[in-house]
Design a protein around this ligand. Structure first.
Ligand code: FAD
Length: 422
């Protein structure tokens, strides 16, 4: 005997689409709430930007969901961006490159939704504003331009609202709060033209800092990269005439001067924060059971279940530095759908809490900062564990591709997309 539940899914990006598909496959009744008028989440390019006062964000600003810029190509190759039974590798929608542009990913997701009938269960233009415990389930309230506020009861809620929208900034750099020149977050970066002939400082060391700094260097006079992970003295970046790498910023001054810890100073026109994003669940009202503390969403068992409410409240897609985002969220979705059906059981609440406690303790002991709780450091241990829960196996070939990608990235950062061997 399996359960068929009434499940609300919040968001129709990759996580929400694959979650809906897995829930439908297990005969649950599914409603996906999507605040925009289309599927795809991050992969829906929007040339609009928010009013960017990044050090003092207005909570009432009009929020633009996607953070992708106009020229963005994937940083993972096609084989790492497919689902177990719906490959990206053998499809082409006009851009056959191994690392295609963002439009191609959106088309792939549209194709996926069509193939599995997911579109039929999505309510578009429906922004969830409240998900609250009521009786043994949840009441979900949403807002639509046509209907105003509406609400409905569900047995379970799966949160798939994404985590690349709410900027996190380097606000602890001495003097940066008072720096009156241009400062923006990569969330609002679209094209390099506004930086023509300027001196730009890019803070960060992730994929966005890497790609955006190189794109800005095509128009800017100088680009200076600064990151807390760099401990080398100022160096010119290999293969570029106008990009320099620095240690962290020591202090900024109101006349535009930026002093780095490597002793080097410049006068800059703009600072671009490529410093990541915050998890943000403004609609969750569940008696303070979930907290976001220095980007740790907790307490969550294996980044998915809140022990007190498992499996009726679950999160998909919180992990980062994954290597295989699409496959990973697919496995999380399968795990949730099977747990809700009663086909697989979860540990008891106390066992889950004990596991989480131990996990946090081990992080502390090994010096891993709280903000990296959901980072998988491109390791496959978690993915393999999830696959095991749902009776699947992740092909060794994908792991090999991730290894090759890293080797390339280290050896030929400038052209890593052009030389990958599958
Ligand atoms: P999202 O795509 O953010 O979708 C969330 C959805 O929820 C959105 O549609 C949003 O409108 C909706 N929503 C939010 N709040 C509400 C609400 N209250 N009510 C209703 N709907 C709501 N991954 C890769 O695999 N390869 C890459 O090359 C890659 N490059 C990236 C580059 C950049 C610049 C960024 C920012 C991310 C990149 N990623 C990449 C990661 C990417 O985020 C994931 O691939 C994936 O898009 C995450 O999907 P998601 O569904 O979890 O979130």
């Amino acid at each position: 005997m399996t359960n068929s539940l009434n499940v609300a899914v919040i968001g129709a990006g990759v996580s929400g689409l694959v979650t809906a598909r897995e829930l439908l496959r297990q005969n649950h009744r599914v409603t996906v709430f999507e605040k925009s008028n289309q599927i795809g989440g991050t992969w829906v390019y929007n040339d609009q930007v928010e009013v960017d006062n990044c050090l003092d964000l207005d909570p009432n600003r009009t929020i633009v969901h996607s953070s992708i810029y106009k020229s963005l190509r994937t940083n993972l190759p096609r084989p790492l961006m497919g689902f177990s039974d719906f490959s990206f590798e053998d499809k082409s929608y006009g851009d056959p490159r191994l690392f295609p542009g963002h439009e191609e990913v959106l088309r792939f997701l549209q194709d996926f939704a069509k193939e599995f009938g997911v579109g039929e269960v999505i309510r578009f233009n429906s922004e969830v504003v409240r998900a609250e415990l009521r009786g043994g389930g949840f009441v979900v309230e949403w807002w639509t331009t046509e209907g105003g506020y509406e609400e409905e009861c569900f047995d379970a809620v799966v949160v798939c609202n994404g985590h690349h929208t709410e900027p996190r900034v380097a606000d602890n750099v001495p003097g940066i709060q008072e720096w009156s020149r241009k400062q923006i977050h990569s969330h609002n970066y679209r094209v390099p033209e506004p930086y023509q002939d300027q001196v730009v400082v890019v803070i960060g060391s992730g994929a966005s800092a890497f790609d955006i700094s190189r794109e800005i260097a095509t128009t800017a006079k100088e680009v200076h990269l600064s990151s807390r992970s760099s401990n080398v003295k100022v160096t010119k970046l290999d293969g570029y005439e106008n990009i320099w790498q620095h240690m962290m910023i020591k202090r900024v001054y109101d006349d535009g001067t930026i002093e780095f810890q490597d002793g080097y100073s410049i006068v800059a026109d703009a600072i671009l924060h490529c410093t990541g994003y915050k998890f943000h669940f403004p609609f969750l009202r569940i008696n303070d059971m979930v907290h976001v503390d220095d980007n740790r969403v907790g307490p969550l068992y294996k980044h998915v279940f809140l022990p007190q409410l498992a499996p009726r409240l679950a999160f998909v897609g919180l992990t980062f530095n994954n290597g295989v985002v699409f496959r990973l969220v697919e496995l999380q979705a399968k795990w949730i759908a099977l747990a809700l059906s009663g086909k697989i059981s979860l540990p008891s609440k106390d066992e889950m809490l004990a596991y989480i406690h131990k996990f946090y303790q081990e992080m502390d002991e090994t010096g891993i900062p709280k903000r990296n709780t959901h980072s998988l450091s491109f390791q496959f241990e978690y993915v393999d564990w999830l696959a095991d829960q749902v009776g699947l196996h992740v092909e060794d070939r994908l792991k090999k591709i991730v290894d090759n990608l890293f080797e390339n990235w280290m050896a030929r950062p400038k052209g890593y997309r052009d030389v990958l061997v599958l």
